[in-house]
Write a protein that binds this ligand. Structure first.
Ligand code: ADP
Ligand code: ADP
Length: 234
């Protein structure tokens, strides 16, 4: 078993700041998968699993799903083979109980490598969330103005229907921002104190944010994956 250190990134920032968008782009360049607890809950809701049915009530209110189920779910996800070089966490941890649980899970592998935070103003966050559309089939994220699909309402990747998430209606969004400031934002201080926080200006275009993100990672010695060798056919 190789003792090579793994890369664990924790993407911070309020709902709508662009964590999922950046995680989906960067998982390919970094060669480590995005682990989005929100995506896992939504796919469980789609499949009508017990976990999904339980989580939906909390999500529709903009409240956090209970810690014990969320933490168990993340533990199971981390045990899968594609996570053996590290992961990009998107939407986890979201409170102090989860951050401590995560530290425990990652302790044998060197802990969190870096926690980049996407800075975006609240009014821009509101615009991003209310204009967000998500594919029912694959979860791909669009924005009606900033990142529209080729054909309105249809996913470019698989033709799935694009919908407004139940929790992206304005009333719920306000509560999600309250929950973020009250429960999640203290983690900014937690990671700062550990020297792991890295600020990224999230209010630029997606490409510019990705570039800043890659620069920040490079500054912290987090190496971008070298493309695998391609052998010519014989
Ligand atoms: P956003 O990307 O807008 O921040 P997410 O997809 O991350 O939204 O989360 C949607 C909802 O799923 C949250 O409001 C919450 O109800 C639930 N959820 C996601 N991650 C967690 C978590 N780590 N702990 C508890 N609940 C979570
Ligand atoms: P989060 O995962 O933090 O909740 P998302 O990645 O889902 O955020 O982005 C929220 C919305 O904003 C989506 O509709 C997405 O297409 C859009 N978006 C993401 N990044 C940017 C950006 N840099 N500029 C403009 N819109 C963006």
């Amino acid at each position: 078993m190789s003792m090579k250190q793994r890369t664990y990134l924790v993407f911070m920032g309020p709902p709508g700041s662009g964590k999922g968008t950046q995680a989906r782009i960067l998982q390919d360049s970094l060669g480590i998968p995005q682990v989005s607890t929100g995506d896992i809950f939504r796919s469980n809701i789609k499949d009508k699993t017990e976990l999904g049915m339980m989580a939906k009530g909390y999500m529709d209110e903009g409240e956090l799903v209970p810690d014990d189920v969320t933490i168990q779910m993340v533990k199971r996800r981390l045990a899968e083979g594609d996570c053996d070089r590290g992961v990009i966490f998107d939407g986890f941890p979201r409170n102090l109980v989860q951050v401590v649980a995560l530290d425990g899970m990652l302790a044998p592998h060197g802990g969190v490598s870096l926690a980049p935070i996407l800075d975006v103003r609240d009014d821009e966050v509101m615009r991003r969330i209310t204009g967000r559309r998500v594919c029912r089939l694959c979860g791909e994220v669009y924005h009606i103005r900033h990142n529209p699909p080729q054909v309105e309402g249809v996913c470019d990747r698989d033709g799935g229907e694009l919908y407004l998430r139940d929790d992206d209606h304005p009333n719920t969004v306000v509560n999600r921002l309250f929950v973020y400031y009250k429960q999640t934002s203290p983690l900014v201080g937690y990671y700062f104190a550990k020297g792991l926080l890295a600020n990224v200006n999230g209010s630029q275009s997606p490409d510019e944010v990705t570039e800043d993100m890659l620069n920040v990672l490079a500054e912290h010695g987090i190496v971008i994956r070298v493309s695998p060798l391609v052998y010519p056919a014989r």
